[in-house]
Design a binder for this molecule. Structure first.
Ligand SMILES: [Zn+2]
Length: 528
């Protein structure tokens, strides 16, 4: 239990435990769920909102203090400063904290155990950020600046100290990591304050894992889980990262796509040849690459590689109806992006991202315009980003793609081929699998924890958006392969928060909504 009064209470109880005569009293105290008297979800939401409305200046100033700490993931010293700051926010609220480190940046672990609670929630967020190119920012990335409208709508700076009463919820705070991903940390701290002020108990044991190296791919999170057996055990992992749906409705996301990268190089003659003298005779590596790419996927994006869909988890009825219930943004997106005909043969974007994709992210060969020369090149390289979905493993995908390339008549090498290799084989291709990649992942929507969370959130919000899978990737695999815990993504930042780019921002209403969602979950999740 986190409340300062209750912490005193529980230390008093442990005192009693030393005196056997008082055991029955202590047991009574523990066996009674103190949090069973918590108000209903709707009341909780209202209480948190009321508290927040009276504390907006304090909350925003707290957020400004955290955002003012530079947090580019590569700068270890900066990450230590951030971790210290966050640790002190946590300890002020009664969390027990630990710094976890395994060769990378620090992770801050914190827990608050609630006597009588039978479920444990593990909340993940990250406090590191992407690098910044200061010259591209309208306001310096580590000088948090509140604007009275989005920047592109002509927003002007507001002096926080000058605001009396409440802030316009459409105002936005600009700084690196405002949206990705420091907001959940500050929102959670003030949710706990709001609960304390209103005598609302946690209904769950609460564990936090705050990552200091997410933007570098969380390279040591696997080791950290391995080196601390049991520490992160929980009944549900809530992954608080990523942008919300464009409609701004509350959202739960049950899966992510995995990702894998492949560079492929095809070869012609061992030196460039005159295209007049040798055209039609010398093998053209650009054409070889083109035929190979078109053999891998068709114009709708359907992958043509044998057995590629064998492992793909099918979309079930519950997932399909969740997609059907989502606001259809197809036409708006087509307009915004000037796309006449999307790929996918008419299937909605939200369903297409439950399917694997092969994206050609670049081709490098020869030159065009003034750099064009009348030659047949020696080689051509294409770079692929391969998106995996639930049940697909990177190793399996690698095997299928290599088998397909061999079927297309290529001899595969992993280093630059020698003249001997080029002479001995009709077609040669060099493959460079870049990194091990990550698998796709999808938590079943009918899992007991999923259902409980959905029901709880639907009790306070109409139009809750349930997304079977996001299109992008999050570092969930290290958790999924090591822990038997359902993972649900709870995105909280506005979709237009410019994450990773310049002028990153958070819309204040998103922070206020995050507090009320946290309050409802913390106060009521364990009551079911
Ligand atoms: Zn993030």
């Amino acid at each position: 239990m986190y409340k300062k009064t209750n912490i005193k209470h529980s230390s008093a109880v442990s005192h009693f435990v030393l005196r056997p005569a008082l055991w029955p009293f202590a047991l009574l105290l523990f066996s009674n769920n103190l949090f069973a008297q918590n108000p209903s979800p709707l009341e909780i939401s209202q209480l948190i909102n009321d508290y927040r409305a009276s504390m907006e200046t304090v909350i925003i100033n707290d957020f400004v203090d955290l955002l003012a700490l530079p947090n580019v993931a590569q700068n270890q010293a900066d990450m230590d400063v951030n971790a210290d700051h966050i640790t002190s926010l946590l300890e002020q609220r009664g969390f027990t904290t630990q710094r976890l480190q395994s060769g990378g940046s620090p992770y801050v672990y914190a827990e608050m155990m609630q006597p009588g609670a039978t479920e444990t929630l593990l909340l993940y967020a990250h406090y590191d950020g992407q690098p910044v190119q200061v010259e591209n920012w309208a306001y310096p990335p580590f000088t948090p600046t509140l604007l009275d409208a989005p920047l592109q709508a002509g927003g002007q700076p507001v002096d926080i100290a000058e605001v009396s009463g409440s802030f316009d919820p459409e105002w936005r705070l600009y700084a690196r990591s405002a949206g990705d991903d420091k907001m959940p940390i500050i929102a959670l701290m003030h949710t706990l304050d709001a609960m304390q002020a209103n005598d609302i108990d946690l209904s769950v044991n609460l564990k936090l894992l705050l990552d200091g190296e997410e933007e570098r791919g969380s390279p040591s999170v696997g080791n950290i889980i391995d080196e601390n057996p049991g520490l992160l055990d929980a009944d549900l992992l809530l992954f608080c990262d990523g942008p919300m749906h464009q409609s701004r409705n509350a959202q739960l996301v049950f899966g992510v796509r995995g990702s894998k990268t492949l560079d492929m190089t095809t070869y012609g003659a061992n030196r460039p040849l005159h295209s007049g003298h040798y055209g039609n005779w010398a093998p053209n590596p650009i054409m070889q690459m083109t035929y190979l790419l078109t053999s891998m996927r068709d114009e709708t994006g359907r992958i043509l590689i044998d057995n590629y869909y064998d492992d793909v988890a099918p979309v079930n009825d519950m997932e399909r109806s969740a997609i059907a219930a989502m606001p259809d943004i197809t036409e708006a997106l087509k307009n915004e992006l000037a796309i006449n005909t999307p790929e996918g043969d008419g299937v909605r974007l939200e369903e297409l991202v439950t399917l694997p994709a092969i994206n050609v992210r670049g081709i490098s060969a020869g030159g065009v315009g003034p750099l064009g020369r009348n030659i047949i090149l020696s080689n051509a390289t294409a770079s692929l980003n391969i998106r995996l979905v639930a049940n697909q493993r990177p190793e399996g995908v690698e095997e299928l793609i290599e088998a397909h390339i061999v079927n297309q008549g290529f001899h595969i090498v992993y280093e630059d081929p020698t003249n001997e290799i080029l002479s001995a084989n009709e077609k040669v291709i060099k493959l460079d699998w870049r990194g091990r990649g990550s698998p796709g992942l999808r938590t079943p929507m009918d899992d007991a924890m999923s259902q409980r969370l959905v029901n709880l959130m639907q009790s306070v919000t109409t139009d809750l958006i349930l997304t079977p899978s996001m299109g992008g990737s999050l570092p969930l695999d290290d958790f999924a392969t090591r822990m038997d815990t359902p993972i649900i993504v709870l995105p909280l930042a506005n979709h237009d928060n410019n994450q990773h780019a310049e002028n990153e921002n958070i819309r204040l209403q998103n922070m206020w909504d995050a507090m009320s969602i946290y309050g409802v979950i913390l106060a009521n999740f364990g009551l079911e």
